[in-house]
Design a protein around this ligand. Structure first.
Ligand code: 9MR
Length: 565
């Protein structure tokens, strides 16, 4: 347990690092693991532990064991005299493909409105939950055409997280991330088949899976004016019950500017991504494009329609207490929607409608900060932009490489040798997505420059998620020797099966979690990077969520694509 490493596997020709917590100076060995600890096990590599490093967050001392020179495929174990043995690990081609595919399959398990038969879901097979064919228009969303209480149909989509609601804002970045993977790695994605009902249909599984949510999103647009409901939800969170047992009334809530702009961005991007699949989905790309244009038009007329749950509850009944996804600033949503619409339509009016650089920041993407998704998209389509857009390309490239350089600064001094965790500020609610999105930013810089230092840092953050971290868990269910077992995830709690639903990313350590979820079991005065408990009561450190799983899918797939080239 004192040796922390990626518990899933390493690529023959990639960096390989384990971290020893509390080791003294000395050597380490990599042994063949075929007969672990027996006399037949033999050392294939002896290395020197690094100089000690101090963890800036906890003050603990670590040393790194770099075994990159071991390139022969096989099963191994790392031994440090005085500390003991690591978990056994593999060095093999396509080492992280199972994670990429498994995390994509994680979305399948989150599907609403459909049975998950054993053929695809194995022991996690379950009956359909939430048909959402009779959803009520909440008074906050009422219009003349759709007065309060109007029944609409809004099926499909994914459960947002450990809860059973559907939120457009969070679907936005999730879809943008998955669609970007398709655009960035078009040759790779068809090879990542996840064993879902659509597998084998000549459409990459990641697109098939994304369409399950896209078709739901389309139903969230008010046909009368193009605005998009903020969420589809019960008034209050359900208990820890199975999806099909959760049958309370569901509502679509107030149209918001952030939901509408995120929707516009996703639909514009989807229209592009669907272009090659006109035969399979004859009208869908056009529908997405129209939906995006109409959403944009609503946004132009309603720029102040920010969602405030408190204000909404003061004005309307029933009160709603589920996830807020509130955001006081839509500047970044404007930029993202404008960029996606511009790239898809090549209409300069979208590009010039916003200021691409409202300040000198290049923020890490998160559900409430999507500006940099616009930068990724513009760079990805650099060659096909109009003259107007092309003028911004040098500045965009500079920003994205500067962003990656800031992430990389001093990484050599870090206790775990990872970009993740340079500061306690990384350990927020959903810190695993911070690590994964940092990884994506580094992948983008690698694609722009070809400089392998970015690629290798992205890989190190992937290692972080799979066990090279201060808690010693693989944060992905079903992967690694010590994976999280008790995520805050209603089906995993209620299904009576010991193993949680696999392929789901735990939110991870969160310095404020004890105050936020009041779950017992956190170690007292734990440093932020250790404030985590593998208990389902810990929704602030151990929930799963689609906006965390999407960058996991992206990062694992990108790394597998890059190291398999
Ligand atoms: O990911 C969200 C996090 O950034 C917020 O701090 C937190 C509290 O508002 O909410 C998180 O999102 C949750 C959402 O509100 C409801 N579904 C579960 C999400 C993950 O915990």
């Amino acid at each position: 347990e004192a040796i922390r490493l990626n518990q899933v596997g390493f690529y023959p020709n990639a960096p390989k690092v384990a971290v020893a917590v509390g080791a003294g100076a000395g050597t380490f060995q990599v042994m063949t693991a075929d007969s672990n600890r027996s006399s037949r096990s033999r050392a294939v590599f002896t290395g020197k532990l690094s100089e000690p490093r101090t963890n800036a967050i906890s003050g603990k001392t670590t040393r790194l064991a770099d075994f990159t020179p071991v390139t022969r495929t096989g099963s191994y174990v790392l031994v440090i005299p005085g500390l003991g043995y690591s978990y056994p690990f593999e060095i093999q081609e396509s080492a992280l493909k199972p994670v990429a595919v498994g995390a994509l399959k994680g979305f399948y398990y989150q599907r609403l409105s459909t049975d998950l038969p054993a053929q695809y879901a194995g022991q996690w097979s379950r009956p359909a939950g939430h048909p959402d064919s009779r959803v009520l228009v909440h008074p906050s969303a009422a219009t003349t055409q759709r007065p309060a209480g109007t029944v609409i149909s809004s099926p499909r989509g994914w459960y947002d997280a450990g809860d059973y609601n559907k939120y457009i804002v969070n679907s936005g970045i999730t879809m943008g991330t998955l669609l970007s993977l398709i655009e960035d790695f078009p040759a790779y994605v068809p090879t990542a088949e996840a064993g879902i009902p659509e597998s084998g249909n000549a459409v990459p599984d990641v697109l098939d899976e994304a369409l399950w949510n896209l078709r739901w999103m389309l139903t969230m647009q008010d046909p009368a004016d193009g605005g998009v409901y903020h969420k589809l939800t019960n008034p209050a969170f359900d208990g820890m019950i199975m999806p099909d047992k959760a049958t309370k009334d569901r509502y679509v809530i107030q149209k918001s500017i952030t939901a509408t702009l995120d929707f516009a961005a996703v639909m514009a991007q989807a229209a592009r991504v669907l272009q090659p699949y006109k035969r399979q989905f004859p009208k869908l790309a056009d529908s997405c494009r129209t939906a995006a244009v109409q959403a944009w038009a609503w946004a132009r007329k309603n720029p102040t329609a920010l969602y405030s749950q408190q204000a909404m509850n003061q004005a309307f009944d029933p009160d709603v207490t589920t996830g807020g996804y509130e955001d006081k600033d839509a500047t970044d949503e404007w930029i993202w929607a404008a960029a996606e619409l511009y790239v898809t339509t090549r209409d300069d009016a979208y590009f010039t409608a916003v200021s691409l650089f409202p300040d000198d920041k290049t923020p890490l993407p998160s559900w409430n900060q999507v500006r940099t998704l616009a930068y990724y998209t513009l760079m990805r389509h650099a060659k096909t932009l109009t003259k107007t857009g092309k003028a911004s390309l040098p500045a965009l490239k500079q920003r994205l490489t500067d962003m990656a350089d800031v992430l990389l600064a001093d990484v050599d001094k870090q206790a775990y040798g990872t970009v993740m965790g340079k500061t306690a500020r990384d350990y927020i609610w959903g810190s695993s997505a911070v690590a994964a999105n940092q990884g994506i930013a580094l992948v983008q810089a690698y694609r722009l420059t070809g400089d392998t230092k970015y690629r290798d840092a992205a890989l190190a953050n992937m290692d972080y998620l799979l066990g090279r971290n201060a808690v010693g868990y693989s944060l992905v269910t079903g992967f690694g020797d010590k994976p999280v077992m008790n995520p805050h995830h209603r089906p995993s709690v209620a299904d009576g099966i010991a193993a949680p639903v696999p392929g789901l990313l735990s939110g991870g350590p969160n310095g404020n979690a004890p105050k936020q979820d009041k779950c017992k079991g956190y170690a007292e005065n734990a440093p932020a990077d250790e404030t985590f408990v593998d208990d389902s009561c810990s929704y602030a450190s151990n929930e799963i969520a689609i906006n965390w799983n999407a960058p996991l899918v992206y990062l694992a797939a990108a790394i597998d694509a890059i190291f398999s080239e």
